[in-house]
Every structure is written in structure tokens, then in C-alpha cells.
Design a protein around this ligand. Structure first.
Ligand code: HEC
Length: 101
């Protein structure tokens, strides 16, 4: 998996609207900014949302897979979850070390 080729487009299409400064709702609430690899890896004000090599315990994966309360599923406020392919791409990328490649 490549961050630039496979992962960033998923974030761009599904997450950036709410997770960029200055006005994104998810950004305002948590400070999670997905505009770049660096800011994504910084996570929220409470800490990282991605644990390289461990998608089971990465909050980002839990949220897009719906392994949390339904009210917390991401993308937020939309009925459409990510596609199976998108969910698997995120999983694989994290398992492979969440590299900036
Ligand atoms: C419609 C706006 C919106 C979209 C789109 C959105 N989010 Fe969020 N996100 C939020 C809000 C608001 C929060 C703050 C938590 C809450 O209020 O539920 C949040 C919080 C988060 C958190 C932090 C959870 C925590 O408490 O540690 C993660 C991780 C996250 N979002 C990932 C994503 C991902 C990945 C996508 C795209 C697949 C996405 N979000 C799309 C609004 C959004």
C-alpha cells in the first residue's frame, strides 16, 4: 500500500471535509488534521489515532470499521460507510507500518 496513491485519496474523498483547519467539525472537536501524513500521524489532542503495525488497536481503523458505538462511526454524519476495499486498504497500510510512501 502507498500512502500517496492508495490512502490519501480515501481521506480526501471521505474525511478531509471535517478534518482540516480552520473550520472542519472533526478538527475543531479533536484537533485531528488529515491534510498531510505528518498531521495525520500526530493524531488528536489526546494522542495518536494510528498505531503502525496494529490496525486492531488503531482508533482510526476501529472507527471506519464500525467497531465502536454507531454514533462514532466515521465518516461522521453520513449514512455511507467506507467501501470494503477502502476499509481493507486502510487496514493493510497500517499493518504494513503506516509508512509515508
Ligand atoms: C461530517 C464530518 C466528519 C467526517 C466526514 C469525518 N469525521 Fe472524523 N470526526 C468528526 C467529529 C465531529 C469528531 C469528534 C468526535 C465526535 O464528536 O463524534 C471526529 C473524530 C474523529 C476521530 C477521533 C476519535 C477520537 O475520539 O479519538 C477519528 C480518528 C476520526 N474522526 C476519523 C475520521 C476518518 C478516518 C474519516 C473519514 C473516513 C472521518 N473521520 C470523517 C467529524 C467527521
Amino acid at each position: 500500500m502507498s500512502f500517496q496513491r492508495d490512502i490519501y485519496p480515501i481521506l480526501e474523498n471521505n474525511c478531509l471535509a471535517c478534518h482540516t483547519p480552520p473550520q472542519g467539525k472533526g478538527y475543531l472537536k479533536t484537533r485531528l488534521n488529515m491534510q498531510s501524513y505528518e498531521t495525520l500521524m500526530q493524531g488528536t489532542r489526546y494522542g495518536p489515532v494510528i498505531l503502525p503495525g496494529d490496525s486492531r488497536h488503531s482508533i482510526l481503523n476501529m472507527l471506519v470499521e464500525g467497531r465502536v458505538d454507531a454514533s462514532m462511526r466515521m465518516p461522521h454524519g453520513r449514512d455511507e460507510p467506507l467501501t470494503r476495499n477502502e476499509i481493507e486498504a486502510l487496514q493493510l497500510w497500517v499493518e504494513q507500518g503506516a509508512r509515508n510512501n
